[in-house]
Design a protein around this ligand. Structure first.
Ligand SMILES: [Zn+2]
Length: 182
């Protein structure tokens, strides 16, 4: 397995729409190895998720996992989830603001509104159909990663850039303060 290089904001691929992966391509040894490398890379950098476009590959694959993550100490655990060709549908109009970071926007945090529950339709890494309801932090990460596959970063979703903070200032001035949910 290999640790992949993560593209940072400004890399044009982060702004491109990734095409879906055909099932037979997904099942190839090459793509399966790429998924293993994505998982390894996400764990190496303590990401809660990683999208293929972040590692210079224009294809609709993302990985999500939260165990005890030093970047997200308060986050509830999420089992390892590989999502392929995701379609995300909001299940409520309600959104909630909370902090997000991104391996492609290093050392920054910002308050991002997200739907609190979404339906996730996708394939798993073996090509099986998945149709699940995700809530709260899991739903947040699903929306963040699916956005990446559509060329969107969390900064685009922020209502007010005033909360955008360097991590050192964030820890000093913002940590533990949660803005009013809407
Ligand atoms: Zn990200």
């Amino acid at each position: 397995m290999a640790i992949l290089k993560v593209a940072r904001l400004g890399h044009p691929m982060l702004r491109q729409q990734a095409p879906p992966v055909p099932v037979e391509v997904l099942r190839s040894t090459e793509v399966q190895r790429f998924i293993d490398d994505m998982i390894e890379t996400m764990r190496e950098y303590d990401g809660a998720g990683l999208a293929a476009t972040q590692v210079h590959t224009l294809t609709q694959i993302a990985v999500i996992e939260v165990q005890s993550n030093p970047r997200y100490p308060q986050a509830p655990p999420i089992p390892l989830t590989v999502i392929v060709n995701p379609v995300v549908t909001p299940l409520a109009e309600e959104t909630e603001e909370d902090w997000e970071g991104c391996l492609s926007v290093p050392d920054m945090r910002g308050m991002v509104p997200r739907y609190t529950a979404v339906r996730l339709e996708c394939l798993d890494r073996s090509g099986q159909r998945v149709d699940i309801i995700t809530k709260d932090f899991f739903a947040r990460v699903v929306q963040h990663e699916t956005d990446h596959l559509n060329g969107i970063v969390y900064l685009d979703r922020m209502r007010d850039l005033a909360s955008l903070s360097h991590i050192a200032e964030w820890q000093k001035h913002w940590l533990g303060i949660r803005e009013q949910s809407d």
